[in-house]
Design a protein around this ligand. Structure first.
Ligand code: GLU
Length: 555
């Protein structure tokens, strides 16, 4: 009689290690009570999704705040979906967001005692465990062809049975070891399946740190654990890796809740203690039809972390925003802490909402403005150089014409108690500040001649700009400058404020606001600009006058 051990040896003749040796090679971690070991386990399929950044952020925070370990494991067993080089890029991007692993796959190398941390390099470890399952009759080779599996699926559809390889549909489960041996020796291709003892009519009790305790149907599927390419499937690799890497809490997306029964059964079959689980809400968006849907790379810019990098958002802004999704009390906390030191906030699983969170670009912009507003001019310069060098050549060249001048421009109403929040991202700074540069100003005014409010005549505007050019001194403080502008306005027949104008609208051509608009449009070509007094100071007397006269000449 052929034993299961013989089948296991036939399939894995070179594997002579066993579970005991693996246990010894990967001992329990020597960490203080309460320290959490968490992991981020991306697949190298192309780009860092905003949802994955969220997951890695939570993993990182939980490990940090408990004095534990945060590691990265590269899950590259799906060779068909792999995009070359994307593992390294994922790690680089994580680092930009301040998420730095303590160990694991680090992009260009690995570090730590629990590796290898790249699944494709762990084939021998998986084989040891699978061999153990085969020897103990908890797994078996399955020789079903894709056509046979398709027939099973059709049959199940016809009789309205649950889909999958289980029970009476699991044909290879009941092969004798003699039949298995014969097929293997004949070179029939096969995969290895886990032999489930479950029944989907039974319920099991599971605990999730976010979702609490709940019941879920037991697994009854004989899932594939080892593919014909010699690599394991996700479910099996999860159990093996999180066990031997000594993960204490598996933090991953809510899409994995449905697979929990499989994982529970795998851990039990192997006699291993399960990790704790925390399934995070999925980040959603309201779609075109008004329904919520998952953020999609194809449809939504904000699904890819690279979008925020390319558009020049400060990385802290996205992290701050994601923290508001993570914990409902974070927003109040960060306001109280003036948008600083968010690393001091204590994250907790029970303050996380169960529902998928909606991505709110408005809130994201708000944080971004706050963070950019708080930076010093030197920090803004440094960030701009770093960003524009990689993503925005026009801005890079502009800043490097004269870095001091750029700092002066960006410093308008900055470095003070309540700084202005004029900038949301660096991606559109070029357009916002181009007017400060005379050659760009000339080019823009040529392309888009200024449109003044039609209620003023050419003569009104000419007269106003001439007097402003002559009498509005820049050698005074902002208050006196404003008083000076009012005086000029009154001389020209413009009310000093809206209230006076409303009392006697017939007596005035407009208000001092209109005078300011003449100046603003003439100098900046826009109706909104940073503080006009500082704009004029930065441009300087000569350049202001040149622009006023040029505007008059072109009226
Ligand atoms: N590689 C899996 C994924 O990309 C990881 C899931 C997990 O964290 O266990 O979704």
């Amino acid at each position: 009689m052929v034993t299961s051990k013989e089948i296991a040896d036939l399939i894995f003749p070179d594997i002579d290690s066993d579970l005991v040796k693996l246990e010894a090679r990967y001992p329990n971690r020597n960490l203080p009570e309460g320290a959490e070991v968490t992991r981020f386990a991306p697949s190298p399929t192309g780009f860092l999704h905003t949802g994955s950044l969220f997951t890695s952020l939570i993993c990182y925070r939980v490990a940090k705040q408990t004095g534990g370990v945060f590691y990265v494991r590269l899950e590259d067993t799906d060779t068909k979906r792999e995009v070359q080089g994307s593992g390294l890029e994922l790690l680089n991007q994580l680092r930009l967001f301040g998420i730095v692993p303590d160990e694991g796959y680090l992009g260009d190398h690995e570090s730590g005692n629990y590796g290898p941390y790249v699944q494709s390099k762990r084939a021998d470890i998986y084989k040891v465990v699978i061999k153990h399952l085969l020897e103990n009759d908890k797994a078996y080779p399955c020789f079903c062809s894709p056509e046979e599996l398709e027939d099973i699926r059709k049959e199940q559809e016809k009789v309205k049975d649950n889909p999958g390889y289980y029970g009476k549909y699991a044909k290879c489960r009941n092969l004798s070891n003699e039949e298995r041996k014969a097929k293997i020796l004949a070179g029939d291709p096969y995969v290895i399946r886990f032999k489930s003892n479950g029944d989907h009519l039974n319920k099991i009790q599971v605990t999730d740190l976010i979702h609490g305790d709940f019941e879920i149907a037991q697994n009854d599927l004989d899932i594939v654990i080892y593919k014909s390419d010699g690599l394991p499937t996700y479910h099996f690799a999860h159990a093996v890796d999180d066990h031997f890497m000594r993960t204490t809490t598996v933090i991953r997306g809510a899409e994995w809740i449905a697979s929990l029964p499989i994982h529970v059964e795998l851990f039990e079959a192997l006699g291993w203690q399960k990790p704790r689980y925390a399934h995070l809400p999925v980040i959603m968006k309201v779609g075109e039809n008004g329904n919520k849907r998952k953020l999609s790379k194809r449809l939504d810019n904000e699904a890819a972390v690279s979008y925020f990098l390319k558009d020049g958002y400060p990385t802290e802004a996205l992290i701050m925003y994601l923290m508001t999704i993570a914990n409902s009390n974070f927003e109040e906390w960060i306001f109280e802490h003036h948008f600083e030191h968010m690393e001091d906030f204590i994250f907790s699983f029970d303050k996380m909402s169960l529902d998928g969170a909606l991505f709110d670009m408005g809130k994201m912009s708000f944080f971004s403005k706050e963070i950019l507003g708080k930076m010093t001019k030197k920090q803004i310069l440094d960030m701009t150089i770093k960003y524009s060098k990689e993503y925005n050549k026009d801005l890079y060249d502009l800043v490097n014409r004269d870095q001091k001048y750029y700092m002066e421009i960006m410093n308008i109403e900055r470095e003070k108690e309540n700084p202005r929040k004029d900038y949301e991202k660096l991606g559109n700074v070029y357009e916002l500040i181009a007017f400060f540069y005379p050659d760009l100003y000339d080019q823009m005014v040529k392309e888009n001649p200024i449109q003044f409010n039609e209620k003023f005549t050419k003569e009104d505007i000419t007269e106003a700009l001439l007097i402003i050019s002559k009498e509005l001194s820049l050698d005074q403080d902002e208050q006196s400058w404003f008083a000076n502008m009012k005086e000029i306005g009154e001389k020209l027949g413009f009310a000093p404020n809206g209230k006076t104008f409303k009392q006697n609208p017939d007596m005035y051509k407009g208000t001092v606001g209109d005078i300011a608009e003449f100046i603003r449009l003439s100098l900046t070509l826009r109706k909104n600009s940073p503080n006009l007094y500082y704009v004029m100071k930065i441009l300087g007397r000569e350049e202001c006058d040149r622009r006023f006269h040029q505007v008059i000449a072109n009226l």
